[in-house]
Design a protein around this ligand. Structure first.
Ligand code: SF4
Length: 374
C-alpha cells in the first residue's frame, strides 16, 4: 500500500461535472463514473467520484446485483436475496488484530454479518446464517470508530465478513465520513459482480482475495455457489489491474488435486507476480463437524504435497511475508474488550481466530499457529 492518500479519499477529491445525482438514470450515472468528465469553468456544478460510486451502489440495491448471484431483490424495500441482507447492514465484531499477513498488521478488522456463500466449514457461521447479528452500520459512528482505531495505530481498515461485497453501499457511505486517512483492505471471497468491481476500482487500496475453490463442483458442494471459478478468476484479474492484491488459498483436507492444483496453475499462468499465501490453518466448523471427509486436519503428506505444487508453479509466496514496519504490539493499541475464538483442531493443534496483540506473545510462547480465516 502506497504512502499517498487512500483510494476513497482520492475519489472524494476527484470532482466531476454533473448536476444532482438523484435526477440521473443509472445508465447516465455509469457513464459519468466511467468517463469522469472534468468540470468546465468555476461555476460548473460538480459532484465527487465517491458520491457517484455511492449513488450507483445504492441503485444496485434495488434489483440487487452486488454479487454474481444477481438475485434481483429490491433490498431498498427490505426484500432479501440469497445473503439474507435487506436494507440494513450489520457488523458484529471489530478489533485491532495481528492475524493477517505481516505487511497488513496491526489491522483494524471489521466483520460484517451475512454472506453470499455457504461454506460448510465456515467459522463465523452464526453471523453468516443470521445477518441481523450485530450492530447496524450507521455511517457517522462507523467512521468515528475507524478514525479512533487509526488514531490508536492501526495501519489499515480491513473489511471482512461474511463478505463485505453485500454491504457495499453502507461501507462507501461510511468511508465518505472517515477523517483520518486510512488504507482500506477488501477481504473477500471474490464472488462480486463486475459492476461492483468497477465501483471498488480506485476506492480500495488492497484486495485480500480468498480464492476458495479451484473447481465448480467443489464450489457447489462446499460453498453452495455456481460459476465461482470463472467469477473469481475474472475479479482477480480486474483487481490486479487496479490495486495491490494478495491471493490467499485456505487448503481444505482432501482438496489438493481438485482445488489447490488448478488455482496454482491459473495463478502461475495469469498472475505470476501476485503474492500468494497458502494457508494451512483449516479448522472444521459448522456442517464440516458432521462430515467425516471435512472433520479432520490436513495430514503432513497433504501439507508437503501442497508446498510442492506451489513451488513447482513458482508462485510468489515470499513477498507478503515481509513486514512493512515493526509490528510488535504497542501499548494501548487495540484497547477495549478482547474477544477471540480458540479452537482445538482434530490433530490437537490450537487455532486462534482473532489474534489480538495481547495474545501474540502467548501464542508465540506456546508455539502454536495463530491466524484468522478471512
Ligand atoms: S448481495 Fe448477492 S446474494 Fe445478496 S441479494 Fe445481492 S445478489 Fe443476492
Amino acid at each position: 500500500m502506497g504512502e499517498s492518500l487512500p483510494g476513497y479519499a482520492r475519489c472524494a477529491r476527484a470532482m466531476l461535472s454533473a448536476g444532482p445525482l438523484r435526477n440521473l438514470d443509472e445508465q447516465t450515472l455509469r457513464r459519468l463514473h466511467n468517463e469522469r468528465p472534468e468540470p468546465a469553468g468555476s461555476n460548473a456544478e460538480t459532484v465527487s467520484l465517491l458520491d457517484v460510486k455511492i449513488e450507483l451502489a445504492r441503485r444496485m440495491l434495488s434489483g440487487c446485483r452486488l454479487c454474481e448471484r444477481r438475485c434481483g431483490a429490491d433490498r431498498t424495500a427490505g426484500e432479501t436475496g440469497f445473503c439474507g441482507v435487506g436494507n440494513r447492514s450489520n457488523w458484529f465484531f471489530e478489533q485491532v488484530l495481528w492475524g493477517e499477513e505481516p505487511p497488513l498488521v496491526p489491522s483494524h478488522e471489521v466483520f460484517f454479518s451475512g454472506c453470499n456463500l455457504r461454506c460448510s466449514f465456515c467459522y463465523s457461521w452464526q453471523s453468516m446464517l443470521d445477518p441481523s447479528v450485530g450492530e447496524a452500520v450507521e455511517p457517522g459512528s462507523f467512521a468515528a470508530m475507524v478514525d479512533s482505531r487509526r488514531a490508536e495505530g492501526a495501519v489499515n481498515l480491513n473489511l471482512i465478513g461474511g463478505e463485505p461485497t453485500i454491504h457495499l453501499p453502507a461501507i462507501l457511505e461510511a468511508l465518505r465520513l472517515v477523517t483520518r486517512p486510512t488504507a482500506v483492505v477488501w477481504n473477500s471471497n471474490f464472488y462480486m459482480s463486475a459492476e461492483t468491481m468497477s465501483l471498488l476500482d480506485g476506492a480500495i487500496d488492497l484486495y485480500l482475495g480468498d480464492f476458495r475453490f479451484g473447481c465448480d463442483e467443489c464450489a457447489r458442494t462446499l460453498g453452495g455457489v455456481d460459476r465461482y471459478v470463472e467469477t473469481a478468476a475474472r475479479n482477480f484479474q480486474l483487481a490486479a489491474r487496479s490495486s495491490d492484491l494478495i491471493i490467499r488459498h485456505l487448503l481444505i483436507p482432501g482438496h489438493i488435486e481438485c482445488c489447490l492444483k488448478p488455482i496454482a496453475k491459473w495463478v502461475a499462468e495469469r498472475l505470476p507476480e501476485a503474492p500468494f499465501n497458502l494457508m494451512f490453518q483449516y479448522t472444521p466448523f459448522f456442517e464440516a463437524l458432521d462430515d467425516p471427509a471435512l472433520c479432520r486436519s490436513l495430514t503432513p503428506e497433504e501439507e508437503k504435497e501442497a508446498l510442492r505444487i506451489v513451488s513447482e508453479h513458482k508462485l510468489n509466496t515470499t513477498s507478503w511475508r515481509r513486514p512493512l514496519s515493526d509490528s510488535a504490539p504497542a501499548d494501548g493499541l487495540g484497547k477495549g474488550e478482547i474477544s477471540t475464538t480458540i479452537a482445538i483442531r482434530p490433530d490437537g493443534r490450537v487455532a486462534v481466530m482473532h489474534l489480538h496483540g495481547d495474545l501474540v506473545q502467548i501464542v508465540r510462547s506456546l508455539e502454536i499457529g495463530g491466524s484468522v480465516h478471512g
